[in-house]
Design a protein around this ligand. Structure first.
Ligand code: GLC
Length: 435
């Protein structure tokens, strides 16, 4: 609890004109799910900041409902690649001219975030009005996912770029990414910026980067129209985590609608369909976790990773399934890991320092904490919270963290960017008085 004021200070430093940047050098724009988590964090002490941030995010929504993963509010920043000129969102006629944006999305966090905010500020008329006004925009975003990204009408949407998942270079995507053949001349020459600003061994490799750029070009070729992209994209994945977050947010919207007297009939239909297919598609009994599904090659992605635990947050698993998920976490604790590594520590693909291939990510701990509490795994929930507190206390407000306790002993800082907004926000959320 001792770093509350420092956390607020970091968010203040990262505040720009109506929104926060994740961290000032590495990511100088507004990122979608970062923005949601930060708005939730600021709602614990400055509701105006929080509503302004959400509003700013929705100022970039496309006509077809898409919420872009990045809004480039400033066209002068040149420390990031791919920047707005590379994405060329104007190829889609429904993309706003300002702010410019990327052509992909990120996890659908705003439904549950609005509900948490509404609950905590129920008596504030301005908040109730805000939620009522923004509600149709959030619904429109969900409609986009069901309309454009669900070719077989299963209620489970796909992503065509790993960056959409929020877990950019997770080994989860390796097999599907490695199968991609890049035709000669299919990618223009480009200059990465991230490796000039962060440690190369904490960032994705060059090979991976070429494929990221290739998929981006594919999106552009089809004017970012999901229905056409689905026909050609060599990378077509139904991500269990993103679909769990959508289900969580659907549920929140349904509850908000009943509290504020709004129409939720369409959302209820989506929700029913999504829930009826979720377990069949994503549960893996042998691994004891949920996994993603490769829609291009018709098979599950057989890895244990952090996204496989997120269904707890959305109340999806039955009790026996949740028990298996809890055992997975308990086992890691007993073996000397802080919770929760982003990837299977026993896999040869695990890398403890590299981005989503092993390190602990703060906002994941927040969702896990809430999920474990849903199922009354209170002891594990406390570990998830305490571990993040310990890491922040010892290593600072970094983007992500080492999970092996033996190694952490000898470290003096975390990994990736410093003074990170959602790390600060997760800290505020996990340590607030009422939860
Ligand atoms: C990286 C992360 C992604 C995050 C972004 C900004 O791309 O993988 O989840 O939204 O950075 O912090």
């Amino acid at each position: 609890m001792k770093h509350i004021s420092q956390a607020k200070e970091i968010i203040k430093e990262n505040w720009r004109d109506g929104f926060t940047v994740p961290t000032s050098m590495l990511y100088p724009f507004q990122w979608m799910w970062d923005s949601g988590f930060v708005a939730l964090g600021t709602s614990t002490y400055d509701i105006k900041m929080s509503l302004t941030e959400i509003d700013k995010m929705f100022s970039g929504q496309w006509k077809n409902g898409m919420l872009p993963h990045i809004l480039f509010h400033s066209e002068k920043e040149n420390t990031y690649f791919p920047n707005f000129d590379f994405w060329e969102s104007s190829v889609n006629e429904g993309a706003p001219n300002s702010p410019k944006s990327s052509g992909i999305t990120q996890p659908a966090v705003f439904g549950f975030i609005l509900q948490e905010i509404l609950r905590a500020h129920w008596k504030n008329e301005e908040v109730r009005k805000f939620v009522k006004d923004i509600f149709p925009k959030v619904v429109n975003y969900h409609r986009f996912l069901y309309d454009y990204r669900d070719p077989h009408k299963e209620g489970l949407f796909y992503i065509y770029h790993p960056w959409e998942s929020g877990r950019d270079n997770s080994p989860l995507w390796d097999e599907s990414m490695n199968k991609i053949e890049i035709p000669d001349g299919a990618i223009p020459s480009y200059q990465r910026r991230d490796t000039a600003l962060a440690n190369t061994n904490e960032r994705p490799t060059q090979n991976q980067y070429d494929r990221y750029v290739y998929l981006l070009e594919l999106g552009k070729k089809y004017k970012y129209d999901g229905r056409q992209i689905a026909e050609e994209s060599p990378f077509l994945i139904q991500d269990n985590m993103m679909n769990a977050i959508l289900i969580k947010s659907n549920q929140s919207l349904i509850e908000i609608a009943s509290e504020l007297d709004l129409d939720a009939s369409e959302i209820k239909e989506w929700q029913e369909l999504s829930l009826s297919n979720y377990d069949d598609k994503f549960w893996n009994e042998e691994l004891g976790l949920y996994v993603g599904y490769d829609l291009r090659h018709n098979k599950q992605l057989l890895h244990k990773e952090i996204g496989g635990l997120v269904p707890l947050f959305a109340n999806i698993p039955s009790k026996p399934k949740a028990a298996k998920m809890n055992n997975y976490l308990q086992d890691l604790t007993k073996r000397g890991y802080y919770l929760c590594p982003s990837f299977d520590v026993d896999s040869p693909l695990f890398e403890s320092q590299r981005y989503w291939r092993g390190p602990i990510w703060p906002q994941m701990n927040y969702m896990l904490y809430k999920g474990l509490k849903n199922y009354e795994y209170l002891e594990t929930a406390e570990i998830v919270k305490d571990d993040l507190n310990t890491l922040i206390d010892k290593l600072g407000f970094y983007e992500y963290f080492e999970s092996q306790k033996e190694i952490v002993k000898h470290l003096s800082k975390g990994y990736g960017g410093g003074n990170f907004s959602w790390t600060a926000s997760s800290y505020l959320l996990l340590n607030r008085k009422t939860k």
